[in-house]
Design a protein around this ligand. Structure first.
Ligand code: PEP
Ligand code: MG
Length: 547
């Protein structure tokens, strides 16, 4: 089978599928003795409450929500409602669905905070029904052994708990090279293949060999092949270079890491990298229903900044909306959210959220002395860039930049860069908007190939604009972590590359094997290629001439 290899590495393990919530069957035979069935529901709800309480005890920002969920599972009215349906002769599991649905309707009618509890209640339903029917609990499986996680696709919410599971690789039927599964896999250093439709046929326990570089997956490999792959996986790759990113002739290209949580920061800080080039702060608050307070934010930024003491850390203000909804911002439903209120545009509706975040960042910087840089996502025009820069500076933040991920911003990079101290190119979104290809839509994933020459042409424009103004220009999209493409970016005047920590060593090794002039030649070859495949192979061919 094959898909897009989006996070390199080889993994050999049996498959475990992401369990989806089951739907209950209204026509299933009723469970017999009603009193016994009500007791089964009571026991299941108690067990769910215990699960949620122990998950809450594990800490993290979701703790309060999980505790609230545990209290809801223990609400006698919920059991009573389910008992009522059982008394009417309805099947047991379906009675729980009916009881929860009725509650959800009431909560939706109440609106506001109450309506926000609907997802928690549905989670309780899914867990309770799974227990009653004896099927796997929805979410990341816990088979008690290493496994390759297989799913149709993974949303940021599905992946809670992935970091401390035994997953050794990710394989999804949908998804493309710049989707969130790809990003997450790289952050966690897990080999991953996405967009592999044939993975739908894989059942739990099937042994597979997954190659996150080539995008191939072998099911039921013969024993000899398995032995060879296990050996290869253990040997891993050995890189020669250490320290700052440099070409063979000493031109420096700073190598930075992308982080999403304070825990990521702790891990990424141990990598041999020069700092953090993208702190995706929205990842901290994906499950929040109420806005994080200034104190809470100061706390979490302080922790992250301390991990990077002595090295620069670039924080991106909340990139909420579209594929990263933040429930507490209560953004309106939109027909076309990727083109609507997201990133910096959320400040049009909720200016306080941005002001609170800037206040917290400035306070955490004062507390830690961090070498902080702050940038805004989804900036379209020079006037938006200027407005953000003024706002951030008025909060006491002195190194301010913006992301270039909208074609208009790339085309006007020269005007934008005048208003800010640096720019950072988000190639994931830039590709989405240049190619008019939704990064969450598997059907157009080929258009989002990181090597699209049209995207590279815009990167070249931004690189030159920044160089003309003597200002730094980074790339913090997934393109930065592909070693050959990183060399192309260096040739396009990019001064820093920010990527998931596990990718840094391979990129550093690649840069060290080429002179700046050779990187420029690679860049010309890639940009003048007819398409992404031709760009990739022209560059690969040229690179093998400079081993
Ligand atoms: C990007 O768009 O390239 C980027 C780095 O931001 P995100 O992937 O978080 O949208
Ligand atoms: Mg982006």
């Amino acid at each position: 089978m094959s898909g897009y290899g989006v996070s390199p590495g080889l993994a050999c393990a049996p498959v475990a599928r992401l369990a989806l919530p089951v739907t209950t069957d209204p026509d299933e035979a009723p469970g017999g003795n009603p009193a016994r069935e009500v007791q089964r529901v009571r026991d299941a709800l108690t067990q769910v409450a215990q699960q949620l309480t122990s998950a809450a005890a594990a800490g993290g920002v979701a703790g309060v929500i999980l505790e609230a969920g545990a209290a809801m599972a223990q609400d006698p009215a919920l059991l009573q409602a389910a008992a009522g349906y059982i008394g009417q002769g309805r099947p047991t599991a379906h009675s729980v669905t009916l009881a929860v649905d009725a509650y959800c309707r009431q909560l939706r009618e109440l609106g506001g905070y109450m309506a926000d509890r609907v997802t928690d209640l549905q989670d309780i339903r899914n867990r309770t029904v799974a227990l009653l029917l004896g099927v796997p609990l929805p979410g990341i499986p816990r088979p008690g052994r290493p496994f390759v996680l297989v799913a149709h696709d993974l949303s940021p919410a599905d992946t809670a708990g992935l970091a401390d599971s035994d997953a050794v690789a990710l394989l999804t039927e949908a998804g493309g090279p710049t989707g969130h599964t790809a990003i997450l896999a790289r952050i966690l250093g897990l080999p991953a293949v996405v967009g592999c439709g044939e993975a739908a046929a894989l059942t739990d326990g099937t042994p597979v060999i997954l190659d996150g570089q080539s995008g191939t997956v072998e099911a039921h490999p013969p024993p000899e092949r398995l032995r060879q792959a296990l050996h290869q996986a253990e040997a891993g790759a050995h890189y020669q270079t250490r320290g700052p990113g440099r070409t063979a002739d000493g031109h420096s290209v700073a190598l930075l890491t992308n982080i999403g949580t304070a825990a990521d920061a702790a891990k990424a800080a141990t990598a041999d990298a020069e700092g953090a080039g993208l702190f995706r702060t929205e990842f901290l608050f994906l499950d929040r229903r109420t806005a994080p307070t200034v104190e809470e934010q100061i706390e979490v930024y302080t922790t992250a900044f301390r991990h990077f003491a002595g090295r620069p850390i670039t924080v991106r203000t909340l990139d909420a909306g579209s594929d990263k909804p933040l429930p507490f911002l209560k953004l309106p439903d939109e027909e076309n959210p990727a083109l609507g209120i997201r990133g910096l545009r959320t400040a049009r509706l909720q200016p306080d959220a941005l002001a609170t975040q800037l206040t917290a960042l400035a306070a955490a910087q004062r507390r830690t002395g961090a070498q902080l840089k702050v940038m805004a996502p989804m900036v379209s025009t020079p006037s938006e860039a200027a407005h953000f820069a003024d706002l951030a500076r008025s909060h006491g933040l002195d190194t301010v930049g913006v992301m270039i991920e909208i074609p208009a911003a790339a085309l006007r990079a020269s005007d934008i860069i005048k208003c800010v101290d640096f720019v950072s190119i988000g190639t994931n979104d830039l590709a989405q908007y240049v190619m008019a290809a939704d990064r969450t839509n598997h059907a157009v994933a080929d258009l989002l190939d990181l090597w699209q020459p049209a995207v590279l042409s815009l990167v070249a424009l931004v690189g030159s604009a920044a160089a003309d103004h003597w200002k730094p220009v980074g790339v913090c999209g997934e393109a930065a972590g592909d070693p050959a493409l990183a060399a192309v970016l260096a040739g396009l005047k990019i001064t820093s590359l920010s990527m998931a920590a596990p990718a840094v060593a391979a990129v550093r090794d690649q840069l060290a094997r080429l002179t700046l002039h050779q990187c420029q030649d690679l860049a010309s070859a890639a940009i003048s290629a007819a398409g992404p495949d031709q760009a990739r192979s022209a560059v690969q061919k040229a690179i093998t001439r400079h081993p």
